[in-house]
Design a protein around this ligand. Structure first.
Ligand SMILES: Cc1ncc(COP(=O)(O)O)c(C=O)c1O
Length: 470
């Protein structure tokens, strides 16, 4: 028998078991404490209140409390009330699941994938949230349109056209839970239309390859050279996923010639290009490389995300879709049922239109550019035989190791120094190999740890062990 139990404004579900009311109540309370549902310090209701809530005699509750106090589960002070007492560690942590991140925790994290999470513009975001909540009519708080809230699509359309040169109107945008969901939706729709193969750069996110494969599409790997993906090898794939502005993780942009080739391939064969513009805002040394989508908006899907420009935890991204795909993608999203929070969408819309987003990106760009410069200067001194690649843009750089430098050894050596490192190998598709290199996410550490992270990286690379030092 389960009963809801009100504790001074906090509801707790108590599962009473067995024929004996008092013993059942005691066991239910022990279980709630043991599992952490009633944390240490929680004040439990008076015996009168609980007896009333559960419809049992007050004495029964009083006796159950007395027993639990005697056993050390509860503490009671006459006149003041009864609390959950401090439990031995083993009890409190029983059943707790260790997070994978905790297991892999490193103090100096130079693995790619995340921006500096500590730099999230908290106060700007909070102000935008407050303004949005104060000015939005309540009907925006219902189940949101699967395409995303109109106010956010409006804001994004203006921003993407202005900053990334995307050819876009709000009705072509579908907001999604990061680029990952966008890719999932596209694969679902393509598969439903009979597609069998998605081409993609042979060096990239394993996550994306898993998403594509999970939707039943085969994957064809494209080599990448100094001009970006070798699009001449696209063959008869049904679609291609590219990172044209800054190949992930090698860092090269797709050359104008290759962009044109890819677009010709798509137009001639009525195929699709998916442009993953994951870090398009972060340009340092050269003029911005605009979006590829504007070359052929009916054949290129533009995908963007807040995972680099703000933080991945927001889970907000977007697709700008050709007319011919729009309805099917919206329908797939409706069916999938994973809508983005209306509150986060409203806040992001306000953050963009009030230019808080621009300011935040500008600040981040400046900070990361400085870090990039410091990385380059430090490595040229401490490890002159390494080669730094992919540096004009983005939040990561490729550090090519000299002959004989073994990625795995360097990653392991880094770990012994509390340094989180990643080699290129996990990004390579099976059957494709790359010269040994590290993918350094220089944006990842919080500002106050960056200097130490860099010093450790130099120590690891500069040691005789890897042969990268001078
Ligand atoms: C190549 C690439 N695309 C996209 C993303 C962002 O994905 P999402 O928006 O799902 O967080 C990342 C993040 O690391 C990435 O490296």
């Amino acid at each position: 028998m389960g009963k809801p139990w009100a504790t001074f404004g906090t509801d707790l579900h108590l599962e009473q078991t067995g024929p004996h009311v008092r013993a059942g109540l005691e066991e239910a309370l022990r279980d709630a404490v043991r599992s952490g549902r009633l944390p240490t310090g929680t004040r439990v209701p008076s015996s009168r209140q609980l007896a009333g809530d559960l419809g049992i005699a007050r004495n029964t509750v009083g006796e159950a409390y007395g027993q639990l106090v005697a056993e050390g589960w509860l503490t009671s002070r006459p006149g003041a009330g009864t609390w959950v007492s401090e439990q031995p560690l083993a009890d409190r942590t029983a059943g707790a699941v260790a997070s994978p991140k905790a297991a892999a925790a490193v103090r100096y994290d130079l693995r790619p994938g995340a921006p500096d999470l500590s730099a999230f513009p908290r106060s700007g975001w909070l102000s935008a949230a407050r303004r949005a909540l104060n000015t939005t009519a309540y009907d925006a708080f219902g189940y949101a349109d699967p395409r995303g809230l109109p106010v956010l699509r409006e804001a994004l359309a203006g921003y993407l056209a202005r900053v990334r040169g995307v050819s876009v109107t709000p009705d072509r945008i579908v907001v999604c839970a990061g680029f990952a969901q966008g890719l999932e939706l596209l694969c679902e729709v393509l598969r439903g239309r009979g597609a069998t193969t998605m081409a993609t750069e042979a060096y990239g996110l394993e996550r994306d390859r898993q998403l594509i494969a999970a939707k039943g599409l085969g994957i064809a790997g494209l080599e990448v050279d100094q001009e970006g993906a070798v699009v001449d090898d696209l063959g008869d794939a049904d679609a291609v996923l590219l990172t044209p502005a800054h190949q992930f993780p090698l860092g090269v942009p797709l050359s104008p010639k290759r962009r044109r080739r890819a677009v010709e391939w798509a137009v001639d064969g009525d195929r699709l290009i998916i442009e993953d513009d994951y870090d398009g805002e972060f340009r340092y040394d050269r003029r911005a490389v605009g979006s590829m989508q504007s070359l052929a908006p009916e054949y290129v899907v533009y995908g963007g995300t807040t995972s680099k420009s703000l933080v991945p935890g927001l889970r907000l991204g977007w697709l700008v879709l050709p007319a011919g795909l729009l309805d099917d993608v919206v329908e797939a999203k409706r069916t999938m049922g994973r809508l983005s929070s209306a509150f986060d969408q409203l806040t992001l819309a306000e953050f963009i239109t009030s230019h808080g987003y621009d300011r935040s990106v500008r600040r981040a760009r400046l900070a990361y550019r400085r870090r990039r410069d410091r990385l380059a200067a430090a490595l040229s001194k401490a490890a002159p035989r390494t080669r730094l690649l992919g540096v004009p843009a983005g939040l990561h750089a490729l550090v090519g190791l000299p002959d004989g430098g073994r990625e795995a050894d360097i990653v392991a050596l880094g770990a012994r120094h509390g340094l989180g490192l990643e080699g290129i190998e996990p990004y390579c598709m099976p059957g494709h190999r790359h010269d040994p290199a590290l993918v350094i996410g220089y944006a990842t550490p919080p500002e106050h740890l960056f200097t130490a992270a860099l010093a450790r990286l130099c120590a690891v690379l500069g040691s005789d062990h890897d042969g990268a030092g001078g």
